[in-house]
Design a binder for this molecule. Structure first.
Ligand SMILES: [Zn+2]
Length: 232
């Protein structure tokens, strides 16, 4: 299994990342469960969302709440606020070009995981998730990791979408306009109080790297990549 991850998860006592397409289309729950089982994680202890390209965040403040959420109908939302993230629990999101955004403090206690498509970014979801975490733990030093997503090399848009972003998040080349989601998300995280050095955004392009990723933009198929975070 190939998982794109961040070394800082480990030092915070967390397991997580974005699983490459080699493990299959994660639209199907049994396919996701295979990933968890291979990692020794109980699939029943991973929380799922029904994503709606919103700025809605589901807050899980305890193991009791996690258990209740796992038993309840899947929530319509695009981010998890796991504050604190109970041991033995985790949460997942699915993407296919959108940004899987991971936020966590150094102790791995306060964690957020967000599905940030361009609409979520325009609606301020990254900043909102970071502020929600800092509200729970005002003195935490937050880390951020932006998992594989469509990068500025491939994310061409028309003026209607471009006009919703700050000029600094746009790349204009040969009469075309491209959105740099990294720049847009970093800006929001900095505004929320994160330090630039704590925001890591490796350049993995889902659209450009067919071997490792699914991409809606490239394939127009309903294939999804899994991102998850878990505390053993
Ligand atoms: Zn690309």
């Amino acid at each position: 299994m190939k998982i794109y991850s961040d070394k800082r998860f480990l030092s915070a006592g967390l397991v997580g990342g974005t699983v490459s397409r080699h493990s299959g289309n994660m639209r199907e729950l049994p396919t996701q469960d295979n990933v968890y089982k291979e990692l020794g994680i109980d699939p029943a202890h991973i929380l799922h969302l029904h994503q709606i390209h919103s700025d809605k965040i589901v807050s899980i403040p305890s193991a009791v709440q996690a258990q209740a959420q796992a038993a309840a109908p899947v929530a319509d939302a695009d981010a998890w606020l796991l504050a604190p993230l109970p041991a033995g629990w985790g949460a997942a999101i699915l993407t296919a070009d959108c940004v899987p955004l991971f936020l966590w403090d150094e102790s791995g206690t306060y964690v957020a995981l967000a599905h940030c498509g361009w609409r979520g970014v325009v609606n301020g979801l990254p900043g909102k998730a970071a502020r929600a975490l800092l509200q729970e733990s005002p003195h935490a030093r937050l880390n951020a990791w932006l998992g594989p997503h469509i990068q500025a090399c491939c994310f061409e848009v028309q003026e209607d979408v471009a006009s919703q972003f700050r000029a600094a998040c746009l790349v204009r080349k040969n009469g075309k306009i491209f959105v740099d989601l990294n720049a847009a998300i970093k800006h929001q995280l900095l505004q929320a109080g994160l330090a630039a050095k704590d925001i890591h955004a490796p350049y993995y392009c889902t659209c450009g790297d067919r071997e490792n990723f699914f991409s809606w933009r490239r394939d127009h198929q309903k294939n999804l990549l899994l991102s998850f975070i878990y505390k053993p």
